[in-house]
Design a protein around this ligand. Structure first.
Ligand code: SF4
Length: 363
């Protein structure tokens, strides 16, 4: 099982746990950080071919920016024993505002990190408090400035909408403040009230409000010259699109490393167990971490390619559409949901809003 063009590394540590979050994460507690970093390097040795040359690297979490310069340097030195970084086109690190200093940013830059994705979520104190975040709106602006001035990096700002009782004015404020920071990329995620989290029993805004808030983001960001290229993602220019995420939406293979990470390599989908201690212990014994793996059957792969492709403005090749569904394409075009070229079906901005419903037409 080997693929190496796109690599995701999961760093599951957070200073504190946000009440809506369903990712695999925990506070570091007594975790042996050096042992954790060595385990990541060992997993890379086991999963990746020698001298593999990735095009994208993505450090997600959790809060990867929590790694100290010493531990991050150890991780990169270890990875470079296995990997050739000369073909890297994008290297993203997720960070939370106010969790890094100028010297940390300079170190990231020296390592070669090209892009930082900032978990801002909101520019309103009250919403940040509700979401359990420990930064202020001013921290976000300061952090973007730092990344730009000290790092010269591309910056993404993550924002969250569809909070219970969120008004259009509140959402507009966050969008405008984000634009004022002049990021290269903005991601807008609708809050999901995930089962098993403290937010599970809250009530989400109704569908009409959701559409209103989604459309507000689209209108505001596209009129500020951002391209709406995926349901939740906007880029200032074509080169500011997330190459790593695009590869996932295109259904390309990627290798996941770290506790809770998943990957897809040559027709096999795997997921490492959500257990940092067992992850470290297994790799210390030279074994892959516990987890699950199963073949990705052709029908499942086709379904995923359609569902993911129709979430982006690249759309899907017509060859993925079952012949008996081809006759509905002209009506999707006349309803303003899609555009059609000789080889592809692409959602319009209105089609992106209905991406899931569109996909159901062909699955
Ligand atoms: S900082 Fe991010 S990963 Fe950590 S708990 Fe909050 S939302 Fe989840």
């Amino acid at each position: 099982m080997q693929a190496a063009e796109h690599i995701y590394i999961h760093i599951p540590f957070c200073h504190r746990v946000c009440p809506y979050c369903a990712f695999y994460k925990h506070t570091p507690g007594a975790t042996n950080m050096r042992g954790f970093v060595q385990a990541l390097v060992d997993e890379a040795q086991l999963r990746l071919p020698c001298a593999a040359a990735p095009q994208t690297l993505y450090f997600g979490g959790g809060t990867p920016s929590m790694l100290s310069p010493t531990h991050l340097q150890l991780l990169i030195d270890g990875l470079q024993q296995r990997l050739d970084f000369s073909q890297l086109r994008e290297w993203t690190l997720e960070a939370n505002p106010a969790t890094f200093t100028a010297s940390k940013v300079r170190h990231w830059r020296k390592l070669g990190i090209t892009r930082v994705s900032l978990g801002a979520q909101s520019f309103l104190e009250s919403e940040l408090l509700f979401l359990g975040r420990d930064h202020s709106p001013a921290d976000i602006a300061r952090s973007v400035h730092l990344l730009r001035e000290e790092g010269g990096m591309q910056v993404n700002i993550d924002l969250m909408f569809c909070l219970p009782n969120q008004s259009a004015a509140a959402w507009k404020h966050s969008l405008e403040q984000a634009l004022a920071c002049r990021p290269d990329h903005i991601s807008t995620y609708s809050l999901t009230l995930e089962p098993g989290t403290p937010f599970a029993t809250l009530t989400a805004p109704g569908e009409e409000t959701q559409v209103q808030l989604y459309s507000l983001a689209h209108d505001l960001l596209t009129s500020a010259d951002f391209r709406h290229y995926e349901v939740s993602n906007y880029a200032r220019s074509a080169s500011a699109r997330s190459l790593h995420n695009l590869s996932c939406w295109r259904g390309e293979d990627y290798t996941g490393l770290g506790p809770g990470a998943c990957g897809t390599v040559r027709g096999v989908r795997y997921e490492n167990a959500h257990d940092t201690a067992r992850y470290i212990a297994s790799l210390a014994q030279g074994q892959l971490p516990p987890g699950s793996a199963s073949p990705l059957f052709p029908a499942q792969r086709r379904t995923e390619l359609i569902a993911l492709g129709l979430r982006t403005d690249e759309g899907i090749p017509l060859s993925l559409i079952p012949p008996d569904r081809l006759p509905i394409l002209p009506s999707l075009v006349s309803e303003g949901l899609c555009s059609l070229s000789p080889t592809r079906l692409c959602p319009t901005p209105r089609g992106l809003l209905l991406a899931d419903e569109l996909a159901l037409q062909f699955i």
